[in-house]
Structure formats: structure tokens, C-alpha cells
Design a protein around this ligand. Structure first.
Ligand SMILES: [Zn+2]
Length: 47
């Protein structure tokens, strides 16, 4: 089961959404600047 979650890049400020499998905790990188300083903001798909 996957949820769509919101992430923000701390380097360039780009916000994006990405599907995340439940229990998954892989390293992420910004699609814009390739930085791996990604902050998890919130779940977009559920309360
Ligand atoms: Zn970035």
C-alpha cells in the first residue's frame, strides 16, 4: 500500500510529492537540484 507524501528540499526549497510504500525509508534526492537534504512535510493522502 502506497501513500502520496510531500517533501521539501532544504537546499533549493523545491516542494514535490512522491509515492511512498508503507514502511519504506529509502534515501531521497531532490528532482530539481539532486540534493539529498530532503525534509518530509506530511502525508497528503490521508489524515
Ligand atoms: Zn533541491
Amino acid at each position: 500500500m502506497a501513500t502520496t507524501e510531500t517533501f521539501r528540499c532544504m537546499m533549493c526549497g523545491h516542494e514535490y510529492q512522491e509515492r511512498v510504500e508503507r514502511g519504506e525509508d529509502k534515501e531521497r534526492s531532490c528532482p530539481k537540484c539532486r540534493s539529498n537534504s530532503i525534509r518530509h512535510l506530511k502525508n497528503a493522502g490521508k489524515k
